[in-house]
Design a protein around this ligand. Sequence first.
Ligand code: AMP
Ligand code: MG
Length: 401
Amino acid sequence: MNKGLLSVDEALERLLAGARPVAETESVPTLSATGRVLAVAQRSTMNVPPLDNSAMDGYAVRLADLKGSAPRLKVAQKILAGAVGGPLAAGTAARIFTGAPIPPGADAVVMQEDCTAEGDQIVVKKMPQRGEWIRLVGSDIRTGDAILSAGVRLRPQDTGLAASIGIASLPVCRRVRLGLFFTGDELVMPGDPLPPGRIYNSNRFTLNGLAHAFDCEVRDYGIVPDSLAATREALRRAAAECDVIVTSGGVSVGDADFVKPAVEAEGELLMWRISMKPGRPLAFGRVGRASFIGLPGNPVSSFVTFLIFVRPFLLKTQGVSRVEPHSIQARADFDWSEPDARREFLRVKWNTRGGLDLYHTQDSAVLMSTAWADGLVDNPAERAIRAGEMVKFMPYSELVR
Ligand code: AMP
Ligand code: MG
């Protein structure tokens, strides 16, 4: 066992216990609500469709008029989508188009391919069933039906659904203000020259991208030098403006790691060594009213720990009700013969045979592995994998949402 290490599940449980959903809600136009978290469940105040209407271009008829082998009817009216026809007189048909309301008296629509038009008459070649090609009032949604639950992040089809029942604005949770900063004297921004010994601040890009993918209002405080004063100053600023602060680097216990003492000086901190790979150190605490999560500086570790810990924490803070990611059982097309004593998150990619390939190195300093991959295999401690076995796969498409 890993003495002194916290399991991923224990860390997650403690972390989530400390996440408080934002209380404020606001009303936004349905047109700009995609990506927001719905604060109040929505019910329909109308039937969809609101009237019986035609599912085809054709002719609305009365079955009682269709006697004999090739009945002939006079086309007495034409009903376009958006119009309302008059009652259908006996012995007549109505030319009707998809979506147009069924005229009173009609009990079927004959599609135009099953009729022959002759002047102002049609000959019906194929007898319809009662109700054929009629979409009934309320067959999609009935008045009072629950259509969207509270705590879902609205997708384009959800806002479309809300609009289909006439909802012009939606109550959503306030966006979470997420503060980011990046500790490390070695960091340089792309565009600036790279002196010997320095590295580019790639975490700024990865974490900003993730923050936007989770629809946060991002405050990016940039690079913070490795000093206690600078780290405390950055924390104070971020805490005054943000709900959640996420940082990269400086959470180990090296000479240049000032995050721990800085958070302790400005607020409260729990330091966790987590039994996971990549990952291990994670700092969780509070500065003023803001929650604080300190990720390791290593780019692979910060990416993976964001997905495993910051993601559910943010979702809960945002008001999302389901925070655990969907995973699927998938076939490993690789051997993993020297498993770690810690739970591992392996970078893998779908292959064209429907199985998973492993990136050739799982070294946590290799950022290429995360970009190459389609997701992570969640592999329990000490579990060796043989090609052909099923493993727990978490696609990025489930993790980054
Ligand atoms: P630290 O957690 O500060 O000890 O950093 C661990 C490793 O990650 C070191 O090799 C750092 O140079 C690297 N690192 C720290 N911050 C970043 C960053 N923002 N972007 C890329 N690499 C980083
Ligand atoms: Mg550092």
